[in-house]
Design a protein around this ligand. Structure first.
Ligand code: UN1
Length: 508
């Protein structure tokens, strides 16, 4: 497959940075390369911090937090409301920059910024709802209640694939909860981070009285992330990335009793039952498996299909895989953009070879020539496996959908749960018993379990995250905010006597 040469990202990046109010001088030099996976072109280099710089920044963020924690929460919400306004104003351009830097198609780039706006709105509402309980006390003349207090400096380590939304899930909540934020973005997406920081600074300027250092961008390599993870003034680190990264981060946080919100690998499955609406299933599977070129942590990677419908479904899927438009994500009609880099492509090649060695039949998966050797486009791969084994048990961050057949639902659920990761899952069925069983305690073991849609594309209103090797963290909606606060239990004695709990007598 050859297509017209893809190029011109450097000019696009410079133009969009101008519109986003980011000085082109940020590209003047440094040791992080700002490049676009669309053509592999470099826009310039960005300066980074070293681990030794982190201490001063954490101290600055800490000082900011001490001032911020006593600002009333609804007032803190006002800053996040202004951030949401800034994001609305730059939605199109920031979305385009996500496309340029992460390679997402335009509607997904925009969707990511929309997700930022949504979480800001959610957090503004929350800023008046950081409720603690009042609890029935066993003692007369007493009141028992809980109060939620700000926690401190929150570290955020994010990945290339959601270069802006993940920061916002954490930052919007952390800020209304009375915390400051230090963000170490992926080295692969430095420019989107700079643009987001600029939007935050405009919001802070409009707010007027935000302490300096409330949100700090710390670009750098793994040593900068590690310095954040090890800093005693950082009580919480929210880290998104591979399970390998999580294994490095979690023990270090545990060693100093800091909190971790870990959003690690997913190996997400969909079950297609005999009663499924196949038309709808094909569309749901196509978006979940091929969208974002298979580079979401929620991407559908395993399809578990009932043998009665497997042939029909596979025929339709194979047609979709053959026809889906792969190419420049800036172009209308493109559904699959580039992989982020060569390492990602190499990982896909390796996984497909392993799948073949394990008896898999591969449809698609070839590299697509775009006239630039430094860009890595692939036709998504559909791999029919004899059983769930080999590379199917791992997360390969590329568009590979493995397919296995099943006979009965218990077997399908066992397959769904039979991998080390536990992020997202789904079932396509119109049988109420099957759907409910899938969502029951004996069903999917994931943090996300959907019915009649794929595992990806979560809204911000729900808690986002997963179990097992996915790390157990929850971000965004529901009561995820509680992770960014500390809970104080308060007992107040308004009587003139001192009744002890559990009826203990201690008369002196
Ligand atoms: C991720 O891939 O890191 O559910 C997050 C989704 C998105 C978030 C994905 N809202 O696909």
């Amino acid at each position: 497959e050859a297509m017209t040469a893809v190029s011109g990202t450097r000019d696009d990046v410079l133009a969009v940075l101008d519109r986003l109010g980011v000085d082109r001088a940020v590209l003047a030099g440094g040791d992080i390369v700002a490049r676009s996976p669309i053509d592999g072109g470099e826009a310039g280099r960005v300066t980074t911090l070293s681990a030794a710089d982190v201490d001063a920044l954490v101290r600055k963020a800490h000082a900011a937090q001490l001032a911020w924690r006593v600002v009333p929460a609804p007032r803190r919400g006002e800053l996040v409301r202004l951030l949401g306004e800034e994001l609305r104003a730059v939605r199109t351009d920031l979305g385009l920059l996500v496309t340029l830097e992460a390679g997402k198609i335009l509607s997904e780039g925009l969707g990511e910024v929309q997700e930022m706006i949504d979480i800001c709105d959610f957090a503004v509402g929350l800023s008046r709802q950081l409720y603690g309980l009042t609890i029935a006390t066993e003692r007369p003349g007493h009141r028992l209640m809980e109060t939620w207090h700000p926690l401190g400096v929150c570290g955020v380590i994010s990945a290339f694939n959601f270069p802006v939304a993940v920061w916002s899930w954490n930052a919007a909540l952390a800020l209304v909860c009375g915390n400051s934020v230090i963000w170490k973005p992926s080295e692969k997406t430095p420019l989107t981070a700079i643009a987001v920081q600029a939007a935050f600074e405009r919001a802070a300027a409009k707010f007027g009285s935000a302490p300096d250092g409330l949100s700090i961008l710390a670009q750098g390599h793994a040593d900068v992330g590690q310095a954040l993870v090890d800093h005693p003034l950082v009580p919480l680190v929210s880290a998104t990335g591979s399970t390998r990264m999580g294994r490095a981060v979690a023990p270090r946080l545990a060693a100093r009793f800091a909190r971790a919100i870990l959003e690690l690998g997913g190996n997400n499955a969909a079950i297609v039952a005999p009663s499924a609406d196949l038309e709808l299933a094909v569309r749901g599977i196509a978006f979940a498996a091929m969208g974002t070129a298979g580079q979401r942590c929620t991407t559908l990677r395993r399809l578990i299909v009932h043998e009665a419908v497997a042939d029909r479904l596979l025929d339709r899927l194979a047609a979709a895989y053959r026809s889906v438009k792969v190419g420049d994500p800036r172009e209308a009609g493109t559904l699959v953009g580039p992989l982020i880099d060569k390492a990602s492509y190499d990982g896909m090649v390796k996984a497909l070879a392993a799948a073949k060695a394990a008896g898999g039949t591969v449809i698609g998966g070839d590299r697509v020539d775009v006239g630039s050797g430094d860009a890595y486009y692939v036709r998504p791969a559909l791999v029919v496996m004899p059983d769930q084994a080999g590379p199917m048990l791992e997360e390969t961050f590329a568009p590979i959908l493995y397919v296995v057949r099943y006979r009965d639902l218990d077997q399908a659920i066992a397959l769904q749960n039979g991998v080390p990761q536990g992020l997202a899952s789904s079932i396509f069925t119109t049988d109420m018993r099957e759907a409910e069983t899938f969502m029951s305690p004996a069903g999917s073991d994931c943090g996300i379990a959907n019915v009649n849609l794929g595992p990806s594309g979560a809204e911000i209103g729900g808690a986002f995250g997963g179990e097992k090797e996915t790390g157990g963290g929850r971000e965004a909606g529901s009561d995820s905010w509680k992770a960014y606060m500390r809970r104080a239990t308060n007992t107040i004695n308004y009587s003139r006597s001192l009744p002890l709990a559990q009826g203990v007598q201690f008369d002196i």
